[in-house]
Design a protein around this ligand. Structure first.
Ligand SMILES: Nc1ncnc2c1ncn2[C@@H]1O[C@H](COP(=O)(O)OP(=O)(O)OP(=O)(O)O)[C@@H](O)[C@H]1O
Length: 473
């Protein structure tokens, strides 16, 4: 499959002089992935025999997708997710080992969550008078992840740092020392289990090592796609991974930031003169883009700095459908039947909020003997031809499908109740979750079907402006 040629501003970015730091912010479907691939290929052509280009993105499913769509353009480029880059670098410095990263999920080993739970419970019993320790463990997990992603190294630094958004008011400055105590105790327990890192603080170790590493850099140029979800410390480590005559280019869309709350690429220490903007939406039809735009203008979306508003795409299509069902089984069977018959020659994405719901849909797909792939972190290949892809909204990041089906769009599931607990604030959870549904909706090229039972989530804008057609089945 040949990639389309660059157009308008894309052409200007593709031809930018090579060197230094560049930031490109674009709307959903603005061609950031396309340009990341083309720029990486262009840079690889300029490299001498010992110089290399890294195209780095957030998740492994996206790496598999890049490789499938790039039509040989990436022959001379290393395509990796950040963690693979980090592990490779730490390995080259003899700082890795077997099972030294505390896993996020694992049925057989202690996870980061298990260890934070243990750390909190031990501190709670050692001093029951401290009320902060009585807060839900998810609040601590959330805060520890934030501290690590910011690359904060000391309690002093943590006590000084200014927070943006509502998270700033959630944790009083005076109480930060208790969160720090849980972090420190977690680190002790982690080390006792033989783990040196976890997925959030790995980047700080890479950054520190690169800071004092005077050897020649392995990559001359780094191209980052989906950069909005890289933590500041991941981005800083990448800026240190290139030589002084190398280059780094960041492609991202703040409206699609779905990991890490309100952490901004602006904390990454890029040295830039200008920011480039891709406003043109090349993916969605006018109707789908209009719904995406309405979501991005909703009250829950407020406070998103650097948001790039899309200009209306040219392709006309049909209005998205919003269908109400009487029960969930009927809902899923209806979608599977349509996907198998009506959309048989298309790519179809069935996307949901939780992994549990993915498993549920997979069980139905198996019974229906449908042709499907599950989107997940360990995908090696990616089928681009017709067929159904099932996954969470998170796993569909950066991808696109001819038709997107979004079942379970209910108040009960959106926002996710665990996020409300972790953030101790429904409004904050809504502001996170609305970005997820923005990502989900903007994955659709031509068809979008949303469905629910019971009550529709408030995250979907109301229909006064005829953004969608409503049905009951
Ligand atoms: N200049 C162009 N001409 C034709 N098609 C284009 C052009 N630029 C992008 N596209 C197409 O538009 C779609 C979206 O592009 P791409 O995935 O690169 O956008 P993106 O900015 O990475 O989107 P997102 O952030 O939503 O994942 C793709 O199918 C891509 O091939």
């Amino acid at each position: 499959m040949a990639l389309p040629p660059a157009d308008g501003k894309q052409r200007e970015v593709l031809a930018l002089p090579v060197g230094g730091h560049t930031v490109v912010l674009g709307t959903a479907g603005g061609g950031k992935t396309l340009m990341a691939i083309k720029r990486a290929a262009f840079l690889a052509e300029l490299c001498s025999k010992n110089e290399r280009v890294l195209l780095v993105t957030f998740n492994k499913a996206l790496v598999a997708y890049f490789k499938s769509i790039s039509d040989n353009e990436l022959k001379k480029v290393d395509v990796r997710n950040y963690h693979k880059f980090a592990i490779g670098y730490l390995n080259s410095r003899n700082l890795m080992g077997f099972n030294v990263i505390a896993p996020a999920y694992d049925r057989h080993r202690f996870t980061k969550t298990d260890l934070i739970k243990k750390a909190l419970s031990e501190l709670k019993s050692s001093d029951p008078s401290i009320t902060t320790f009585q807060r839900d463990v998810n609040v601590f997990i959330e805060e520890i992840n934030w501290i690590q992603k910011m690359g904060i190294r000391t309690l002093n630094e943590y006590e000084e740092v200014e927070r943006v958004g509502r998270s700033g008011t959630r944790i009083l400055r005076n109480n930060r020392k208790y969160f720090w105590a849980v972090l420190e105790h977690y680190m002790e327990l982690r080390s006792k289990k033989g783990y040196k890192y976890d997925l959030e603080d790995l980047a700080s170790y890479v950054e520190d090592e690169l800071e004092q590493d005077t050897s020649n850099r392995y990559y001359k140029h780094i191209v980052i796609d989906e950069g909005q979800d890289f933590s500041p410390t991941m981005l800083r480590s990448l800026t240190k991974a290139i030589p002084s005559d190398g280059s780094i280019i960041f492609f991202g869309d703040v409206a699609q930031q779905i990991y890490g709350g309100r952490i901004s690429w602006r904390n990454a220490g890029f040295k830039i003169k200008d920011i480039w903007y891709f406003e043109q939406n090349y993916r969605n039809t006018k109707e789908i883009a209009a719904l995406g735009l309405a979501i991005s203008k909703s009250k829950y979306f407020q406070g998103v700095a650097d948001m790039v508003e899309p200009s209306s795409p040219k392709a006309e299509g049909v209005l998205p459908a919003v269908i109400k069902f009487t029960d969930e089984k009927k809902e899923i069977l209806y979608h599977i039947e349509r996907a198998k018959k009506e959309f048989a020659t298309q790519t179809v994405g069935i996307l949901v909020r939780s992994r549990k719901d993915v498993d549920n849909i997979v069980a139905f797909l198996r019974i229906a003997r449908a042709n499907y792939q599950v989107l997940h972190g360990d995908m090696n290949g990616f089928s681009l031809t017709s067929g159904i892809s099932v996954g969470t909204y998170h796993s569909a990041k950066g991808l696109e499908f001819d038709t997107v089906i979004l079942p379970y769009f209910t108040k009960e599931k959106l926002p996710d109740s665990e996020r409300i607990i972790a953030l101790e604030d429904e409004e904050e959870a809504m502001s996170e979750e609305v970005k997820l549904i923005y990502v989900a909706v903007t994955r659709a090229r031509r068809g979008l079907i949303i469905s629910y039972t019971g009550e529709l989530t408030e995250l979907l804008p109301t229909n006064e402006n005829d953004l969608y057609q409503e049905f009951t089945i």
